[in-house]
Design a protein around this ligand. Structure first.
Ligand code: CU
Length: 469
């Protein structure tokens, strides 16, 4: 087994430079070399060493699988196997994936390519791979029992088809699906257009990732595979904030973000500071006349969305799922709301008895982003991540789009935090603040029976007065 870096070193390709590898016919009769990845960082884009040229994608906290060209066929080797994935620094999960990671590597091909994929099963149970969204022979569609026999433990099956239409796709098992997807088996697939396409704009940066979710009890390592809806870790490519890399672009870049949803709920994806259009789905590029500007778009279960925008505003821009509980990491679900309750001094006593006990802040939950909470080993803080101005108070499905005028073309490195130009940042008002003027005529003309004045006061129990709880 080799890492992707070794693979290129062996082929004499430094830094993804283009070179044709000569492979002997003996080697071509064997399985393509197994390339594996154990580093959770975002790999630099894989410049195609052969075949039709294209602009490669960047997989957030992931990588693209190298292939071998065999008589004009692109050959890939996927190995389904147990993996250890760092969800974010401080937490590792025991998942199933492909070639050393969950998700598996991104597969990039060009419209019209004949593709042969060897799939070796090193899981403890049978599996298959379904190629979501592809036009292909029914026998290659990967639904166990329906299209093929499942791949037994230890065996290798071969899938072969022509990538007939360009677009944004994904792959995942269609065998014991609930278990295998809950364990992290999935990967991205991009078919690039073979020539200029009227509905597919050429972009400067092209990012992709899958939305996935896990249910891992605080302090443990393995997802609970029987969970149907109540997941507690919301991830992009099996990473959660602050473990998700930022999307680093140059001011003026045309940017594409491709997203697929393999969780069991929808995710309204929200981008700050810019408007995008949905330029494509797993059904293909969207007609120009069907596109409208958005800052949030929902990605429903099993859907894929391709967002295009012009990155023309410098700064650090949040990019996240808009469900607020999806921008948090795991918490105990039965935690009562403790706003207004003074529990100073109690935490220590409780954690002596119940080590996993977590407290909600008494003034809201913002405290949790800052305070050193007693949490079990291998557990991420619920809301965390340090920004230049303090705790970001986020977890889960959250990252940052970093737009910089001096980011070099093709440079994906993190430029650090944005330095706000003078007089462009929210600031504290230090002058006098007048008392609010209240209207005594509120609700006049509202729909209520004429002539009957109604007096009703809603009594709200507020935090802070302990006697009323
Ligand atoms: Cu979400």
């Amino acid at each position: 087994m080799t890492t992707r870096r070794d693979f290129f070193k062996n082929l004499g390709m430094a830094g993804g430079a283009v070179a044709a590898a000569s492979v002997s016919s003996v080697a071509l009769a064997a399985l393509p070399e197994l390339v594996s990845m154990d580093n959770p960082d975002t790999a630099s884009p894989l410049t195609p060493p052969n075949g039709r040229p294209y602009n490669p994608v960047v997989t957030l906290n992931g990588w693209t699988l190298p292939w071998r060209m065999n008589n004009g066929v692109k050959e890939f080797h996927l190995v389904a196997e147990p993996v250890v994935r760092e969800i974010a620094p401080g937490m590792k999960a025991h998942l199933w994936g492909y070639n050393g990671q969950s998700p598996g590597p991104t597969i990039e091909v060009v419209e019209g390519d004949r593709v042969r994929i060897f799939v070796t099963n090193r899981l403890p149970e049978h599996t298959t791979i379904h190629w979501h969204g592809q036009r292909l022979p029914s026998g290659m569609d990967g639904v166990g029992g329906l299209n093929q026999k499942q791949i037994p433990v230890g065996k290798t099956f071969v899938y072969e088809f022509v990538a007939r239409r360009p677009g944004t796709f994904m792959y995942h098992p269609h065998a014991d699906e609930m278990t295998q997807m809950a364990m992290g088996m999935m990967g991205f697939w991009v078919t690039h257009p073979k020539e200029r396409h009227p509905l597919i704009e050429t972009v400067d940066r092209d990012f992709c990732f899958l939305l996935n979710a896990y249910d891992i009890d605080p302090g443990s390592y393995t997802p609970k595979v029987n969970t149907m809806l109540d997941f507690n870790l919301w991830t992009w490519n099996s990473r959660s904030f602050p473990g998700i890399d930022s999307l680093n672009v140059r001011k003026g870049d045309k940017v594409r973000i491709r997203i697929g949803n393999l969780t069991m709920t929808n995710h309204p994806m929200h981008l700050h500071g810019h408007e995008f259009v949905v330029s494509g789905t797993d059904g293909g590029p969207t007609p120009i006349g069907s596109r409208w500007p958005e800052v949030t778009t929902d990605v429903a279960v099993g859907q894929m969305r391709q967002l295009d925008f012009l990155a023309d505003e410098e700064g650090d821009w949040a990019f996240h799922c808009h469900k607020s509980h999806h921008t948090m990491n795991a918490m105990g679900h039965d935690v009562p709301t403790m706003i207004g309750v003074d529990h100073r001094g109690v935490v220590k006593q409780i954690t002596d008895l119940i080590p996993d006990y977590m407290v909600m802040g008494e003034r809201g939950m913002a405290d949790m982003g800052e305070m050193e909470m007693p949490i079990p080993d291998n557990t991420l803080p619920m809301m965390t991540g340090q920004g230049p101005y303090g705790a970001v108070e986020m977890g889960g499905m959250f990252s940052v789009l970093k737009v910089r005028r001096d980011q070099k073309p093709g440079d994906y490195r993190d430029p650090g935090w944005y330095k706000q130009p003078k007089n462009t940042q929210a600031y504290e008002w230090t002058g006098p603040v007048a008392a609010a003027t209240r209207s005594h005529d509120a609700g006049k003309g509202a729909m209520r029976p004429a002539g009957k004045a109604q007096s009703q006061e809603v009594v709200v129990r507020k935090p802070g007065s302990h006697g009323q709880h």
